[in-house]
Ligand binder design. Structure first.
Ligand code: ADP
Ligand code: MG
Length: 603
């Protein structure tokens, strides 16, 4: 048999390499920004159109390239950053693999203009699918401008795989933030569809964090500073009371490179031990400096995972350092922040519940929850629609005096509908065939989810005008996302007076939520959108409805009076799909008489 192995042509090899390096517009952003940093730029501009699907352009004022280098820069394994294998153990640049530009040029229309500082004229190159179509002399400012158009034009499967603009924009902003946080002394500009998203001036670390995440961040930061022979750690952690429900603002930089490390994350979270609510994630911005020879960056094509030689020691140092700083802040709250009284009470006590199981007695009318004055009471001031059981109207009061009459249209509650609440978490109700056990939180999520989905998709959500518009501040990136979701949010009944750089002003809200919940709902939605990655506009609505339902559903641990219990049961079984929560968990379990009988007859 004849030989069958061939060397792949360059453009095919490049396209394969691109599969690893260029996953989405944000990957291109990362590579181009890093090249600008490596070129010694002091000012970097990123221009985006349509979430990077139409255009990604990075302009820097760095060293630029000679005409030959400009052409070579698109060759695979062509780099100015390392010369031999030994250099791999002393990397001080972001790039070194020499494949980013080759990969990008294999899957997009790329145009580069570049000029060395002391030259009169520069070079203009156009390259499409690895083929250079133009190279000419051009008059251009010093530095380099690379624009990438029509990403994945030659790989339809990839292009179709791209997510909604909101999601792709989010990824781009993530990459932008990571690079901008790593280099506070460089100024950055980000424009999306002609709008300025960030204009970050040359500054210090603290100011850069605040410029990115909003002025509220300033008071949250606790400084970290430690030097050892092995490592230096600098940066900030956010005070524990500002921990987030979802992982978000967690940044490690090693030698100015953003990295992901669940191991080091563990060290930091561990240092917060006892200070965080369950399920809360601390925010942090930690800058580690280690000798270049003690790390291996080359274990992952995108270089976001690295290997440390002294991983265990670094873990221990990191944990101790963060713990120490938190302790200092707690004991001696001086200098650049004010004492926050919430820290005076350990978190554990804030959330402590006094759950006492009801005793079973022979009195069939005895409701163990009714007489329990020590529990917080829940009042439904008014119910608009018998079919809409609405937790946003729950007011938790501490004093009996503030009790209000509850009004329900739901009249038919009768003997058969008797329900009991167990551990403020489950409802037990007798049904014809036996009994049903319901998880109150999951059941309510289902009810609200169907309501929201209906109002969003049917497009006739009711909105209530707020007497006084509510201002809520967000980071710029979150504002971008809200802007991208604006139309959908308005479908649900939200009305915005304005959406500006750092804040949204809400003037109308869906009738099913209350004013006090606006911030919570929007924050949760942003978190969920970051995680869920909707693909169609329908799934967009779906994520939204799920998110709203989750934010608003009555929590486990909430006592419900018997009317409230009955309504919950009734509304659950009026749902289209009562048996599962929006996230697919079972909302209830039935036990038939037969099954109950079997329990007692089995012995
Ligand atoms: P790497 O960054 O790993 O070296 P790239 O494909 O990203 O590989 O870039 C190839 C080479 O092109 C770089 O090593 C650098 O010499 C040059 N280059 C790329 N972008 C720029 C830029 N913005 N300014 C100056 N030189 C650049
Ligand atoms: Mg590079």
């Amino acid at each position: 048999m004849s030989d069958i192995i061939q060397l792949l042509p360059d453009h095919v090899a490049n396209q394969i390499a691109a599969g690893e390096v260029v996953q989405r517009p944000a990957s291109v952003v990362k590579e181009l920004l890093e090249n600008a940093i490596d070129a010694g730029a002091s000012s970097v501009t990123l221009l985006i159109k349509d979430a990077g699907k139409t255009l990604i352009q990075v302009i820097d004022d760095g060293i630029g390239m000679s005409p030959t280098d400009a052409r070579l820069s698109f060759e695979r394994h062509a780099t100015s950053k390392i010369k031999d294998a030994q250099d791999l153990f002393n990397i001080n640049t972001k790039g070194f693999r020499g494949e980013a530009l080759a990969s990008i040029a294999a899957v997009a229309h790329v145009e580069q203009k570049t000029k060395l500082t002391n030259e009169q004229l520069g070079t203009h190159i156009k390259i499409e699918g690895s083929k250079i179509t133009t190279q000419e002399v051009v008059s251009t400012p010093k530095g380099t401008s690379v624009s990438v158009k029509n990403l994945f034009f030659n790989i339809p499967a990839r292009r179709n795989f791209l997510k909604s603009d909101a999601i792709e924009t989010r990824h781009i902003i993530d990459e932008f933030q990571r690079v901008a946080l790593a280099h506070p002394s460089i100024s950055f500009l980000l424009h999306h569809n002609g709008n300025e998203v960030y204009h970050l001036k040359e500054s210090n670390l603290r100011k850069r964090i605040v410029a990115i995440f909003g002025s509220k961040m300033n008071e949250k930061l606790v400084p970290i500073n430690e030097q050892t022979d092995l490592i230096s750690v600098q940066g900030f952690v956010a005070k524990p009371e500002f921990a987030k429900k979802k992982r978000g603002e967690q940044f490690f930089f090693v030698n100015d490179r953003f990295i992901k490390s669940s191991y080091l994350n563990h060290a930091v979270v561990n240092a917060f031990e006892g200070l965080l609510d369950k399920g809360a994630h601390p925010s942090y911005f930690l800058y580690l400096k280690v000798p270049t020879s003690s790390i291996d960056i080359n274990i992952h094509p995108t270089k976001t995972e690295i290997k440390f030689e002294n991983e265990k020691d670094i873990y221990a140092i990191l944990r101790a350092t963060v713990k120490h700083s938190l302790g200092q802040y707690n004991v001696a709250p001086v200098l650049d922040f004010n004492r926050d009284s919430t820290l005076d009470t350990p978190y554990k006590f804030n959330t402590k519940t006094t759950a006492s199981s009801p005793k079973i007695t022979v009195d069939p009318n005895f409701n163990p929850f009714k007489s329990d004055n020590s529990e917080r009471e829940i009042h439904f001031p008014y119910k608009r629609n018998s079919n809409r059981w609405d937790s946003s109207e729950i007011h938790i009061e501490n004093t009996e005096s503030e009790k209000q009459e509850t009004l329900f249209n739901h009249e038919e509650a009768s003997e058969t509908g008797k329900t009991f609440q167990i551990q403020k978490k489950y409802l037990l109700s007798s049904i014809k065939s036996g009994m049903v056990l319901i998880n109150q939180n999951l059941a309510h999520q289902r009810i609200l989810y169907e309501q929201f989905l209906e109002s969003i998709t049917v497009n006739e959500a009711m909105s209530q005008q707020l007497l006084f518009p509510v201002h809520i501040s967000f980071s710029k990136s979150d504002i971008e996302m809200i802007e991208a979701m604006r139309a959908d949010l308005e479908n649900t009944g939200f009305l915005f007076e304005s959406i500006s750089d750092e804040a949204v002003v809400v003037k109308g809200i869906p009738t099913s939520i209350t004013e006090s919940k606006i911030a919570l709902i929007l924050e949760e939605l942003l978190n969920d959108m970051k995680i869920e990655v909707p693909e169609s506009s329908y799934s967009h609505f779906d994520v939204m409805a799920k998110s709203f339902a989750k934010s608003l559903a009555i929590k486990n641990g909430t006592a419900l009076n018997s009317k409230e219990q009955e309504n919950l049961v009734h509304d659950l079984f009026s749902c289209k799909e009562p048996s599962t929560s929006p996230s697919g968990k079972a909302t209830f379990k039935t036990l038939t008489i037969k099954e109950i009988d079997a329990i007692f007859n089995s012995h």
